[in-house]
Design a protein around this ligand. Structure first.
Ligand SMILES: Cc1cc2nc3c(=O)[nH]c(=O)nc-3n(C[C@H](O)[C@H](O)[C@H](O)COP(=O)(O)O)c2cc1C
Length: 193
């Protein structure tokens, strides 16, 4: 069941030392057998613009959509900005959610794609960001893993050291369980297709 499953990691932070991107890297270290996790780079994706879309999708958007298409599942990690997930991630999702050009009834690459979420933030551990993200992903018809919730609180006591190691070992174990549940969901969604 765990054979050749490709997960695409998508971080809502562009920071080089992003703790959320770091969570995706930690996920890479506890993957179930036969599972790979590649982290997408959103830095070249422009703001969504319907005029640009009409002329033809920018290469960075085509690349991003192709990575989603080729992945079996998505693992999101987003900071919480003003009680929601980041504009960087929303913008990327807006581009990804559009139907293929000239095929209004064809499905975007995100439709039906299983996902899970991890997040690290302040005292709320990105709980509000994750709720908003789930609402958007529901609209995009993406089935999600609900448990365990990975809400890493980096305040008031920081849980990452200087080398960006996560000292909260329970959180690492929970990420491992989450990944197993994501693989299960991939199997279930494949079975009904
Ligand atoms: C514009 C902005 C708004 C923020 N709003 C919140 C917030 O509502 N809740 C929270 O817990 N942290 C908030 N933060 C703090 C970030 O979540 C925190 O810096 C986080 O570590 C950034 O994630 P990263 O390390 O992956 O870049 C905010 C940061 C910025 C820049």
């Amino acid at each position: 069941m765990t054979e050749s499953i490709k997960i695409l990691g998508i971080s809502g932070s562009l920071r080089k030392r992003s703790l959320n991107t770091r969570l995706l890297e930690i996920a890479q270290s506890v993957l179930p057998g036969g599972v790979t996790l590649e982290i997408a780079d959103l830095s070249a994706i422009p703001f969504y613009d319907g005029d640009v879309e009409k002329e033809g999708l920018p290469q960075s958007v085509l690349d991003f959509r192709k990575k989603i298409h080729e992945a079996d599942a998505i693992l999101f990690a987003s900071p919480e900005y003003n009680s929601s997930f980041t504009g960087v991630l929303k913008n990327a999702l807006d581009w990804a959610s559009r139907p293929p050009k000239g095929e209004p009834y064809a499905m975007p690459p995100t439709t039906g794609k299983p996902y899970a979420i991890v997040g690290v933030g302040g005292r709320y551990g990105t709980s509000r960001a994750q709720s908003h993200l789930r609402q958007v992903l529901q609209k995009m018809d993406m089935p999600g893993v609900n448990q365990p919730e990975i809400l890493v609180q980096n305040q008031p006591v920081p849980v990452f050291d200087q080398d960006l190691n996560l000292t909260d070992t329970v959180a690492v174990q929970l990420i491992e369980i989450l990944l197993k549940n994501l693989v299960k969901l991939v199997g279930q969604t494949r079975a009904v297709q």
